[in-house]
Design a binder for this molecule. Sequence first.
Ligand code: NDP
Length: 243
Amino acid sequence: MSKVIVITGASSGIGEATAKLLAKDGHQIVLGARREPKLAAIAQDIRSEGGKAVYNVTDVTKVEQVEALADLAIKTYGKIDVWLNNAGIMPQSQLIQKKISDWDAMIDINIKGTLYGIGAALPYMAQRESGHFIDISSVAGHVAHSGGAVYSATKWAVLAISEALRQEVADKGIRVTVISPGAVKTGLLGSVTDEGVRSGMEKFYDEYAIPVERVASTIKQAIDLPEDSSWNEVVIRPTRQML
Ligand code: NDP
């Protein structure tokens, strides 16, 4: 069955790959992110392959823009079946460095962006007693390490919010899935502002990271599961990644 799927952070990496994969399956895709040229090119790619996609420039830290993305889905396709809270950044650093603007940005994008997405889509899903939230956490939402305090805290928050949401909406037949990837080859390291941390992570990613299609196909499988069943939590790591 063709679904209406809204994806935040759809301009690159996991969001882009998932949009393209799901569009090939015949789903109707609503793309949101800040970089308009990227969104326009991805929507065009999807349409040129016979798929359906629209986009809105969406900064997930701006509640009115997230609401507008939900409205676009409703106006264009009439419903929201799946909302993928994927937008995120990972500027890791030691706490002693007091990179407060990085802390604020991670909290605003990774936590508040996820909440705004839930807030925008939940009324529509509750009305139809149908829907599916897929929230992207991280293995860093399960394991904390030096340098990753704030990123881990934000991804842990995604787990907590998603589990509470799951309990809140279970009796309405709304599904909630958290996907926690390990190292995946994307542009995410571009958000790391500390040179030393970035070069260390680049070495790690060069050695271990898996292609973005692995996560896209995990998201597709979560969506394809019969509606009476949910994957509530999936951790997908490179096999050789220890932590
Ligand atoms: P990318 O950097 O390739 O993608 C991140 C996406 O988030 C981009 O499309 C970016 O678009 C978007 N984004 C960033 N800030 C905002 C904002 N304020 N409003 C809207 N969109 C925003 O990295 P990934 O694909 O790897 O990241 C996707 C998710 O996966 C993130 O939540 C990340 O934490 C998570 N993850 C990634 C892992 C990895 O190893 N790659 C591992 C574990 C989790 P734009 O700049 O155009 O707004």
